[in-house]
Design a protein around this ligand. Structure first.
Ligand SMILES: C[S@@+](CC[C@H](N)C(=O)[O-])C[C@H]1O[C@@H](n2cnc3c(N)ncnc32)[C@H](O)[C@@H]1O
Length: 246
């Protein structure tokens, strides 16, 4: 029997989601779509996490009301006053989604300037080190929990760190995905205590979509057992890989 499946995505990522479906779920046949609400016909959904869909599922009743309700549920919160950038929301949404909330955690952020995410991390966790050759906003730089390593990630060596007990990494680097993942995984080996990595993967070319499974595989090869990917409401042309050891 044919069913209708719906997908909700950010308007900026419609082309990326269509490409992802075409490559990894070719059995889905395009049907009705409206703005960032797409529907496809198929007998069943493949067992695949879509990197560019905020939400997806069975929807045999595609009414105007159900579309509006689903779109409302996916709207992002507002950036709080004082936060240096919208990246505050990305890390807040990621921590909420994956229930990362232990206040004793030590974080390291690659690509930390101007400091929206580090600002959130300082407010909610024990210690934060930001790595970025660019300037941090004073509100983060002067925070008692924050330490800045003002270098490009490629130049980092274990000797740059007095403290080696970091448990969580987050990365928001403006680098191509392959290089960013390679550098983040290289640096993750400096710290034995790493439990998880939030990796924002920036997809600037549609052609990068076909490499998504390879990006995820790199984390498996580095010893991370669980790899999940998702789209967060405050993302632009990007998605999140969450790699964890337990
Ligand atoms: C999207 S911004 C990060 C926003 C930041 N996470 C925040 O919360 O405000 C990307 C950052 O990556 C940094 N970046 C680019 N190449 C880098 C490299 N090779 N090493 C470290 N940081 C880099 C840029 O300087 C820039 O500040």
């Amino acid at each position: 029997m044919e069913n209708y499946f719906y997908f909700i995505c950010l308007e900026s990522n419609i082309a990326l989601l269509r490409e992802e479906i075409k490559l990894f779920a070719p059995e889905l046949k395009p049907s009705f779509s409206k703005k960032n609400f797409l529907t496809y016909k198929a007998s069943q959904l493949p067992d695949y996490d879509f990197a560019f869909a905020l939400e997806w599922g069975l929807n045999n009743d595609v009414s105007q009301e159900s579309i509006e309700n689903k779109l409302k549920c996916t709207q992002s919160e507002k950036i709080p006053e004082g936060a240096p950038s919208r990246a505050y929301l990305k890390i807040a949404e990621a921590c909420q989604k994956y229930e990362i909330n232990d206040p004793s955690l030590h974080w390291i952020e690659f690509g930390s300037a101007p400091g929206g995410a580090s600002y959130y991390l300082c407010q909610n966790f024990h210690q934060v080190t930001g790595v970025d050759p660019a300037e941090m906003s004073p509100i983060v730089l002067n925070h008692e929990k924050f330490l800045h390593i003002k270098k490009p990630i490629q130049n980092l060596r274990p000797s740059d760190f007095d403290f080696k007990g970091y448990q969580f990494i987050t990365s928001d680097l403006n680098l191509n995905p392959k290089q960013a993942i390679k550098e983040v995984l290289r640096c993750s080996q400096f710290f034995r205590s790493i439990q998880g990595i939030f990796m924002t993967v920036k997809i600037v070319k549609k052609d990068h979509v076909k490499h998504i499974p390879k990006f995820c595989q790199s984390f498996r090869n580095a010893g991370f057992k669980h790899i999940q990917k998702c789209q967060l409401p405050s993302h632009k042309q990007e998605f999140l890989i969450y790699a964890s050891k337990q």
